[in-house]
Write a protein that binds this ligand. Structure first.
Ligand code: C2E
Ligand code: MG
Ligand code: MG
Ligand code: MG
Length: 290
């Protein structure tokens, strides 16, 4: 009996492994062609100033319009892109596309707000990152101050290396945000030494903030620390009015979350967050921010 179970168990295991491996290989094949087939799309999630509910920025979040599977979230393909090295081309495309869209909005009378773009760890350590960012700005005509790059604490483990990269990026005039702040292992002394402009409080501290005194204390501490260090701070993942109220009581001035808006395709950001001032024909709608 043991032998039989063992054999069946083994067969089941290999069958499952085969199909997982097969799916991965298949996905990888599609991913290799995704850029040239124009299947990557950027969604934009509005960042809101609590004082007057105005959109003061957007975060670009990548999606993949898979020919068979539909719209895929980054968690499904970014890890694969990282393992296979495809993240370099995808990441470079993302920076350019975000700059292009922002410049288009600015040029058509849209709000003069910045776009923030997530960097993967490999991209951050890529030797020509600074050159790629500079090229994206030059070729799209977007001013550097309207581009923010999001990194995470784990990318700054090697202090000397990250200081050099961050200083070069800052010298271009782009801003740096520390994403998912509070979930990594960064020492607070990093914040003092690195040119970091903004802290993004991770959603995990916001989720239970209405019930959890410790989450409230953590968020309040991050906000006052950021203010003392003359950094900007934004809270992520606000889904309810209750969460917003507590954040505002703690002097949180910028938020991002489903409560105001999910990430949207560019045209829906225009429809929902820009006010049309006048129409100059089909292709030249002029916008003003809400
Ligand atoms: P992130 O940078 O921390 O982005 C925030 C994620 O939280 C987004 O998920 C967003 O849709 C989601 N979110 C925003 N507000 C709420 C909310 O109120 N409630 C909940 N439950 N979720 C909310 P998304 O778009 O699936 O992205 C997941 C992660 O994938 C991002 O986390 C980022 O780390 C990564 N990512 C996204 N786009 C890119 C990209 O272009 N390049 C790289 N390297 N990574 C990316
Ligand atoms: Mg982010
Ligand atoms: Mg985040
Ligand atoms: Mg994240």
């Amino acid at each position: 009996e043991v032998k039989k179970n063992g054999k069946n168990g083994y067969q089941f295991y290999t069958a499952q492994l085969d199909s997982e491996l097969y799916e991965r290989i298949e996905l990888e094949g599609y991913l290799r062609k995704a850029l040239e087939r124009n299947e990557m799309v950027l969604y934009y999630q509005p960042q809101i100033r609590t004082l007057d509910s105005r959109m003061i920025g957007v975060e670009a979040l990548i999606r993949w319009q898979h020919p068979l599977k539909g719209l895929l979230a980054p968690d499904v393909f970014i890890p694969l892109a990282e393992e296979t090295g495809m993240i370099y081309d995808i990441g470079n495309w993302t920076i350019r596309e975000a700059c292009r869209q922002m410049k288009l909005w600015h040029a058509s009378g849209g709000p003069l707000i910045p776009v923030s773009v997530n960097l993967s760890s490999q991209q951050f350590h890529q030797s020509n990152l600074v050159e790629q960012v500079q090229n994206a700005l030059t070729e799209t005509g977007l001013e550097a101050k309207y581009l923010e790059l999001e990194i995470t604490e784990s990318m700054m483990m090697d202090a000397a290396v990250s200081t050099a990269i961050l200083n070069e990026l800052s010298a271009l005039g782009v801003k740096i945000s520390l994403d998912d702040f509070g979930t990594g292992y960064s020492s607070l002394s990093y914040l003092k030494h690195f040119p970091i402009h903004k802290l993004k409080i991770d959603r995990s501290f916001v989720t239970d903030i209405t019930e959890s005194h410790s989450d409230q204390a953590i968020v309040a501490t991050i906000i006052s620390m950021a203010q003392n260090l003359k950094m900007e701070v934004i809270a992520e993942g606000i889904e309810t009015k209750g969460q917003l109220d507590i954040l505002m009581q703690n002097d949180c001035r910028e938020i991002q979350g489903y409560y105001f808006s999910r990430p949207l395709p560019a045209n829906e950001v225009e429809n929902n967050f820009f006010v049309p001032l006048r129409l100059l024909g089909e292709r030249n709608t002029v916008f003003h921010s809400v």
